[in-house]
Design a protein around this ligand. Structure first.
Ligand code: NAD
Length: 477
């Protein structure tokens, strides 16, 4: 029996490039049956705020594999991003974006680049937990979990091994964010030891991104957190000279979604001139995922040969390099006509299967001993005098088991011994610490603080884990 996949033709150029993609995949001998769902603009406008009808989740869950063409997100509020909804609902934790330059057929300054960005897809600042805390200060929570790090990092190494790649590079900013990015880097170092056949290294994200932009040929597989991954995956796609040619996979424990990285290109929709390559390459990733790596290799090589022969849609047509300007379906036909052929100027692709059993990635870490050590109380105070706030809080805490250890403003210590040059906002983090604490000690202190008409906007409890502080020091502490 052939596997069933779900497809969504999307909006704008979506239906045109989906038709071309399916024609090529079928001509290459891909074996699957199709169930079709509708997502995107029409569904949003029919009143489904996430762009998908409730019943269609069942089809996606049953088939486990979705090939999705780009959609148009309607302007205005009230519409949720379908991509984010799909990723989160289906637990698609890994976003995998291979980018290869097609020199000299597509212009790029980096003829040798052949990179895969593996981006964590569910956590980090994209949890979307934001608050306005005071008239001046806004907050977005960056959540990084140890199981989340383990899954994505293990996936990157398993992917590298399955695809015959040599090196995995981790990028983080753990020199600044020692706990969140710190756990990502530490987990990387631990897991890397299990893959002695694959090289590993780490770059701080700022210089790492600069190196990626300048010498992408030095990288192989890059694994990073959600926001950095979002940025660096666009950088590498852009510098390859071919944003319109990249596909991506979103992989979860049960389901996976495959799509082009570009949008629905409404300006050229209906003209039949769009380049179907991004979705076609997403389709080859799908085939590798469902164990049809050989067919995927056949498609990729026929596609490379087509590009090499100078057959080009309008977006990649280059005078003097390209030989024939074609429309979407003609491009697909040119790939079909070259099925079984290999490129002779560019490196042929290998037939590989990328299916990775991610069910074993869900191991939970051993329990740790947790000890309550205090509380950060965040206050809204208009008066910008840290000494006044500090003295008041010290006198409030005098009768409690806690004492004020510092006040920071935007993370910088301003009490005790602050610097008068430090710019202060209306948002103060006041750290109280003590020994042998129970929760009621904190609540009593909090009552005393609010009793003095201080405006508490939030609290954050301080714990140690196996004797190690689970909170950062204040800058300057
Ligand atoms: P876009 O990627 O659709 O277009 C950017 C530019 O690239 C345009 O000039 C377009 O004509 C060109 N282009 C894109 N794909 C092409 C192709 N296959 N062949 C030839 N030219 C191509 O980005 P945009 O204009 O910012 O967004 C348009 C719509 O797409 C928006 O509604 C946006 O929300 C949506 N979008 C959807 C997805 C998705 O569904 N995954 C991703 C990005 C944007």
């Amino acid at each position: 029996m052939q596997p069933r996949i779900t497809i969504a033709r999307g909006d704008g150029i979506g239906p045109e490039i989906m038709k071309a993609t399916l024609a090529v995949l079928k001509a290459a001998g891909a074996e699957f049956e199709i169930d079709e769902i509708e997502v995107g603009e029409k569904v949003y406008k029919a009143g489904h705020s996430s762009g998908i009808r409730p019943d269609d989740w069942k089809t996606i869950a049953q088939n486990k594999v979705l090939l999705k063409a780009p959609i148009t997100t309607p302007q205005g509020g009230g519409y949720k991003s379908l991509n984010v909804t799909l990723r989160k609902t289906l637990g698609l934790f890994a976003n995998v974006r291979p980018v290869t330059s097609l020199h000299p057929f597509v212009k790029t300054k980096h003829p040798e680049m052949d990179i895969v960005i593996v981006r964590e897809n569910e956590e980090d600042l994209y949890a979307g937990i934001e608050h306005r805390q005071t008239p001046e200060v806004y907050q977005c929570l960056k959540l990084i979990s140890r199981p989340g790090c383990e899954k994505i990092i293990r996936y990157a190494f398993e992917y590298a091994r399955a695809m015959g790649r040599k090196k995995v590079t981790c990028m983080s900013k753990d020199n600044i964010m020692k706990l969140t990015d710190g756990v990502f880097h530490r987990t990387f170092d631990e897991i890397a030891k299990e893959y002695s056949d694959i090289e590993n290294d780490h770059w701080i994200i700022d210089i790492g991104a600069a190196k990626l932009a300048n010498s992408p040929q030095d990288f192989d597989v890059v694994v990073t957190t959600n926001l950095y991954g979002d940025i660096v995956s666009d950088i590498v796609a852009e510098i390859s000279g071919s944003v319109g040619l990249a596909g991506s996979s979103n992989i979860g424990s049960n389901c996976a979604m495959f799509e082009a990285i570009h949008g629905s290109a409404p300006m050229i929709a209906g003209q039949g001139i769009a380049n179907p390559s991004g979705l076609l390459l997403a389709g080859t990733q799908l085939l590798k995922h469902i164990g049809q790596g050989e067919v995927a290799g056949r498609v990729e090589n026929a596609w490379l040969k087509t590009i090499e022969d100078g057959v080009a849609t309008v977006d990649i047509y280059t005078e003097g390099v390209s030989s024939k300007k074609v429309n979407t379906q003609e491009f697909a036909q040119a790939v079909i006509d070259r099925m079984g052929q290999q490129p002779t100027k560019m490196k042929p692709r290998k037939s590989t299967s990328s299916h990775i059993d991610v069910s074993k990635f869900d191991d939970r870490p051993a329990p740790v001993k947790r000890e309550l050590q205090g509380m950060d109380v965040f206050l809204y105070v208009e008066d910008r005098d840290p000494d006044k706030i500090g003295k008041k809080l010290e006198s409030i805490a005098a009768d409690s088991k806690l004492s004020l250890s510092m006040i920071t403003n935007r993370g910088i210590k301003v009490y005790p011994d602050g610097n008068p040059e430090t710019f202060c906002t209306d948002h103060w983090r006041c750290r109280f610490q003590g020994e042998d604490l129970v929760h009621s000690d904190l609540w009593s202190l909090l009552n005393a603080v609010t009793g003095e008409e201080l405006d508490v906007i939030k609290t954050e409890l301080l714990f140690s884990f196996d004797g190690e502080a689970g909170y950062s020091l204040g800058q300057g502490q």
